[in-house]
Design a protein around this ligand. Sequence first.
Ligand SMILES: Nc1ncnc2c1ncn2[C@@H]1O[C@H](COP(=O)(O)OP(=O)(O)O)[C@@H](O)[C@H]1O
Ligand SMILES: [Mg+2]
Length: 583
Amino acid sequence: MTIPDGEGRVSRVNGPLVEVTGLSGVAISELVELGANRIPAEVVAITGDHSSLQAYEYTGGLGPGASARRLGHPLAALLGPWLLGGVFDGLLRPLSGGPTWLAGGGQQVTSDRVWAWQPLTKPGDPVSPGLSLGVIDVPGAVDYRVVVPAGASGLIDDVRPAGPVRADDALARVGDVDITMAVRWPIRVGRPFTERLRADQPLVTGQRVLDMLFPLARGGTAAVPGGFGTGKTLLLQQVAKWCDADVIIYIGCGERGNEMADVLDEFSQLTDPRTNGRLADRTVIIANTSNMPMMAREASVYSGITVAEHFRDMGYHTVVIADSTSRWAEALREFASRSGAMPAEEGYPATLASSLAAFYERAGVVTTLGGLLGSVTVIGAVSPPGGDMTEPVATLTQRFVRSLWSLDHDLAYARHYPAVSWSGSFSRDAADMAAWYARQGDTEWTQRRTRLEAVLAEDDRLSAFADLVGANSLPDRERIALLAGRLVREGILQQTALVANDAYCTAAKAGALADAFLDVIACCLDLVDNGLAAADVEAFDFSLLLRASREIPPDDVQQIEERCRVVIGGLRALLRPAPLEQP
Ligand SMILES: Nc1ncnc2c1ncn2[C@@H]1O[C@H](COP(=O)(O)OP(=O)(O)O)[C@@H](O)[C@H]1O
Ligand SMILES: [Mg+2]
């Protein structure tokens, strides 16, 4: 039997690791199709005539002698308007309910789906890379902009008139390049931009503990480490639902299938606070649950970032959420152990650090080729086995991210949600965010943050002490410091995802709540300084203010101020002597 040019033969199959001989001229990262089922696989090592491949689907049924056909290009994502509202696998192939085209493997776009095209340019217009030629009509708040690709510039030769078009129809012709709505892009290569900018604006998440204590910049990076059941998935879902980004890419990576089903279900029912349409219309979901082929997980995070960059290049703010990067790293480890690579720490490949970096480094705020402002923010969950934060994925991730939101098992156990630890978390962008808030007129932001941190630190210090000697034997001022800690924890940091008024908190409401509690705490200290017993202050009923975050709508700052006045009035009344009894 003769082997056609560019074809090889499978010589060995070991799970997702497939050895092939005879792929002449093949290069690292090239995509190859294996066997009659055309399983996509990527070349990861070459020795002479012999190549090692990482297969992206189950290799069951594949054996020595099966064909291996070079495709001549790397693993690439097919990007287009169908992504919005869709559900895809790690190679960005639709999973269900999506269009019927196929991506990857060099196949043609087979969709018969028709889209409405609206040109914004005409023949003879001068264009350069990144400029918008027109839009494809999609539901929801985001316009799908068809932009001039890198490398095409000059005068527009031809523009298709407004009307129905298909994914691979030429919408315009610039120089010798036909421009379509569909764009194919190698997932491991960052898309080009003009300039990287300083990430100096917050991505407001609507979660008080994050926005006030550990802010994340638009174009920044954050990781959410935490043991099983500490609330990582719920927190990430909250951020996905409420953060002020234009497009959300949610990558379910190696977690259980029923959790992913819950995510899909939730998203399909949510309304977009901006448009009152479906939130799903500006969400892209990539699902690679634990029951799906392992190595597609490896690709899924890069596919997700590529989707984000594609929308960034249209001038949007995007957020990539990966749950969980630990499950993703397990795929790397499994493959490395099969290929006999020299394991580094805990069996992970020595390339773990660079793989993680390659993911987080693609975040950023940029000026696009077309001169627009766009960003990619990356947030990854880290779920170390046994909650061990000293294992390689957790420790490396802390090096690469700007914000760390550590979830604490004890807080989760005490039902303090979100269980973000104030002592174990950080934000390297806090100073820049403070400057931004100040420019927006909120000059109090830093001061508030400093005061809240001080209350929490003092509470932590004294709690340890109080556990030893008993809280009642502490001096009055220290007892008030413990009370202050409890008020801040219960009234500000705790935020339930399950109550509509509290699920999302505006910056204004968060600021008003913090100010109210800080005023109340100052009042309590003042009272004990003026001779009131700490026990009397502790016995006071603060519930009017403690319930405020749940009972008061997100935009009603006045009601919070009103409740603060009532509470302070009640506290001050403790000092006044009781009226004399009437005879
Ligand atoms: N913000 C929250 N509000 C209310 N309940 C929460 C919150 N965060 C977590 N929980 C509770 O904790 C449980 C486990 O959370 P989950 O996100 O699945 O944990 P993980 O992903 O870390 O394993 C949830 O089912 C829910 O009951
Ligand atoms: Mg989870």
